[in-house]
Design a protein around this ligand. Structure first.
Ligand SMILES: C[S@@+](CC[C@H](N)C(=O)[O-])C[C@H]1O[C@@H](n2cnc3c(N)ncnc32)[C@H](O)[C@@H]1O
Length: 192
């Protein structure tokens, strides 16, 4: 089965966990990785690998002596990704488990978090349970990047998440719009 079809099937099974009908485009993956400053980061974590478009871009750009692991909670997607990217440290857990996963790897702080989680589809409590460990785990000056679809700005949950990141990070800005994505999206670039 193609990656796009696998993704769509998983969306139909768990719409609020997957939160998108198609994987992100290469253009969006490049923007995310660049905005996260992955090339300079010592420790990089990805949330919600999906079919791995951002995982591959992180692998391509990160420095050889950096540490990288990716957290994806969907077991079907993890199984496929483990076959395709056996070199990547893939954890089939929730992003809320970030502190435990860092301790297991004897890492303390993270410089870059590349999040593919569908925040606007999550209830408020779950947003907090996932966001707080991420903020706590970043170094001061570390970057958390996450994308949002343009139409999400019209949804109360999307606006609510935008206010929330504005409260917890020192600086939040929006990237240019990536039109070459289905649907068009932009990146929230958050600095602790
Ligand atoms: C919108 S998809 C993005 C996939 C990929 N990063 C991309 O951009 O194409 C969101 C992904 O987050 C995963 N996910 C949802 N909740 C999660 C959680 N609490 N922890 C880790 N992954 C989660 C879903 O299973 C899904 O693969």
């Amino acid at each position: 089965m193609s990656r796009a079809l696998t993704f769509l099937c998983e969306f139909l099974r768990r719409p609020t966990q997957i939160g998108a009908v198609a994987p992100s485009s290469q253009a969006l993956a490049r923007e995310m990785v660049e905005q996260a400053k992955v090339r300079e980061a010592e420790v990089i974590v990805e949330f919600g690998a999906g079919t791995g478009v951002m995982t591959k871009e992180i692998e391509r750009c990160r420095s050889a002596n950096s540490h990288f692991f990716s957290i994806e909670q969907n077991p079907t997607l993890v199984e496929i990704l483990r076959q395709e990217l056996p070199q990547v440290d893939l954890c089939c857990q929730s992003a809320a488990d970030l502190p435990q996963l860092l301790r297991e790897r004897q890492l303390t702080k993270v410089q870059a978090i590349v999040s593919g989680l569908p925040w606007a589809a999550f209830p408020d409590k779950l947003q907090d349970e996932l966001l707080q460990p991420a903020v706590d785990s970043l170094v001061t000056g570390g970057r958390f990047v996450t994308f949002a679809y343009l139409q999400g700005l019209l949804l109360p949950s999307g606006r609510h998440f935008a206010h929330k990141i504005g409260r917890v990070f020192k600086e939040v800005r929006k990237s240019r719009i990536i039109w070459n994505n289905l649907p068009p999206a932009f990146v929230y670039v958050c600095t602790k």
